[in-house]
Design a protein around this ligand. Structure first.
Ligand code: MSP
Length: 509
């Protein structure tokens, strides 16, 4: 039986159209899901939409339609974005589905039965944009006397009856969790924030609202709807069949990895494990956060008009170039600035030149000089052996980086090998060997094919379509493209299709 691997993206608020930030989380999760599948895991990959709460209710009101109609429309747009980005999710969950209402109701009931919930009144600050409660000490006072949340979101004073979750009772258990599972939350900067927040002492949190109605009703008290974050976080177990713990999919729980943006770490690394522990359910294994993208040096905002639409980028540059760029350009976990020039340069230098040309040069020499069939490996030199050893080691090197969510470093491992391949072809000059030493030329070209095969196989999770094309051209059958298949060498003598460029250079008009 294959080991399971359950990975999630956050579920996206349906208050507006998907942008590059949403595509980023989804693409990163997709690369890991694809990687784990090729690495022999039984993967479940979940994404979806977060549809309740005041923020969505207000957006629907502004659009002049009922919240459900609005949510249906925007959720469909997120689903389309996932398709356009090549996301291979196994399920797409919507929090307005009946299965999710059942699941949230059951979780609430379980928390209530265990004495974790009590009725009181909330009085304090709330930011609709973040759907978050803030303590006054966290806010920044503006010159006009108003307050802003640490995220820059405006806050309002709310006062209403509310159910509370006894978060204060779980501080020690959370600290134990972080202590015994040092990888539970990362990267380090986020872990430190979480630790200091919990160490400062947790207060009970409001988990229901009465001043609006777009949400899941609290069982037994229909004047309250559940706080949208309790509702939203529960999606991760709803999709596993909760409350049916005999469901076939329940075996995937606890999740191996919740991938999130840095602004929602608190919810995932503090509230979520506390809810689960309080309910007597297993907690996720890991929460890992990425940073934020700005656009050409500025914060993205609708009013500036610099919000990057991932689908427009794909149309212009191609999906694989966009997927590659987002994970290559910025070390995962840190913030990054999206620059059009940087994308074009990565595309032309690393994809078209380094990788594309290496493949094109090697394959066209085979087409021209070897009658279009795959040459065999003759006697090898130290130079050949070094390169082949690098090709064999690539999966292991990349796996080690990806286990640390270091996407860019994993790609750098592949590029080290690609650059070594370019040095090798220049040094060995197979085009000159044709007349002087034909068998040696064959060996050199074969070494290059083996290198390209390792590169294309390991890069498939990042650039599925173009690496698929490259593997076609290398004569690798569609069933033999997993990492374990690399141990089986390609048989010499098979006919290869005519070589075709995989990454055209991008020329700015
Ligand atoms: N609905 C909540 C998540 C609930 S999960 C139980 C939510 N939704 S969101 O649509 O606002 O954001 C979803 C993801 O998009 C977050 O991981 C967030 O970090 C990411 N991004 C949104 N804007 C971003 C950038 N400008 N840059 C990078 N990612 C950012 O939060």
């Amino acid at each position: 039986m294959k080991p399971t691997f359950y990975i999630t993206t956050p579920i996206y608020y349906v208050n507006g159209a998907p942008h590059i930030g949403h595509a980023y989380t989804s693409i990163a999760a997709d690369v890991l899901a694809r990687w784990k599948r090729l690495d022999g895991f039984d993967v479940f990959f979940l994404t979806g939409t977060d549809e309740h709460g005041q923020k969505v209710e207000k957006a629907a009101e502004a659009a002049g339609v009922a919240p459900q109609v609005f949510a249906d429309r925007v959720s469909a747009d997120f689903r389309d974005m996932a398709v356009q980005m090549g996301i291979t999710n196994d399920d797409f969950i919507r929090t307005t589905e009946e299965r999710h209402r059942r699941s949230c109701t059951a979780l609430w009931q379980r928390l209530a039965d265990r004495g974790q919930i009590y009725l009181d009144a909330y009085e304090g600050w709330y930011a609709v944009r973040d759907e978050a409660f803030y303590g006054e000490d966290e806010l920044a006072k503006q010159p006009d006397g108003s307050f802003l949340a640490p995220t820059g979101a405006p806050v309002e004073w709310v006062r209403e009856p509310s159910y509370f979750f006894k978060l204060s009772a779980w501080g020690d258990k959370l600290l134990e969790l972080y202590e015994s599972h040092p990888d539970f939350v990362g990267p380090m900067a986020r872990r430190n924030e979480v630790l200091s927040f919990v160490k400062a002492g947790l207060t009970d949190i409001s988990i229901s609202r009465t001043s609006f109605s777009w949400g899941i009703k609290v069982p037994g008290d229909e004047t309250h709807v559940m706080y949208v974050w309790l509702d939203a976080l529960t999606n991760y177990i709803t999709a596993m069949g909760y409350p049916d713990e005999n469901a076939e999919k329940w075996r995937y729980w606890p999740a191996d990895l919740h991938l999130v943006g840095k602004e929602i770490v608190r919810f995932h690394a503090i509230f979520w494990p506390a809810f689960l522990m309080a309910a007597g359910l297993p907690v996720p294994k890991r929460v890992y956060s990425h940073g934020w993208w700005t656009s050409e040096g500025e914060k993205m905002s609708k009013s500036i008009g610099n919000v990057i639409d991932p689908r427009a980028l794909v149309e212009e540059f191609g999906l694989d170039a966009v997927r590659f760029f987002l994970l290559r350009e910025v070390p995962f976990g840190g913030d990054g600035d999206f620059k059009r020039k940087a994308l074009i340069s990565r595309l032309n230098v690393e994809l078209a030149n380094d990788l594309g040309n290496l493949a094109q040069r090697s394959l066209s020499l085979i087409a021209k000089n070897c009658g279009g069939v795959l040459p065999g490996l003759g006697e090898t030199t130290e130079d050949d052996q070094n390169l082949l050893a690098g090709a064999d080691a690539l999966t292991g090197e990349m796996r080690a980086k990806l286990d640390r969510l270091a996407f860019s470093e994993a790609l750098e491992e592949a590029w080290k090998l690609i650059r070594a391949g370019n040095g090798y072809i220049d040094r060995q000059a197979p085009w000159a060997l044709r007349k002087t030493d034909f068998p040696r030329m064959e060996t050199v070209l074969r070494v290059l094919v083996d290198l390209l095969r390792a590169v294309a196989t390991n890069l498939r999770p990042f650039m599925p379509a173009s690496m698929g094309k490259m593997l076609d051209q290398l004569g690798v059958s569609a069933e033999a493209r997993g990492f374990a298949d690399l141990a089986q060498k390609l048989p010499a003598g098979v006919a290869l299709p005519a070589p075709q460029g995989v990454f055209p250079r991008f020329v700015e008009e």
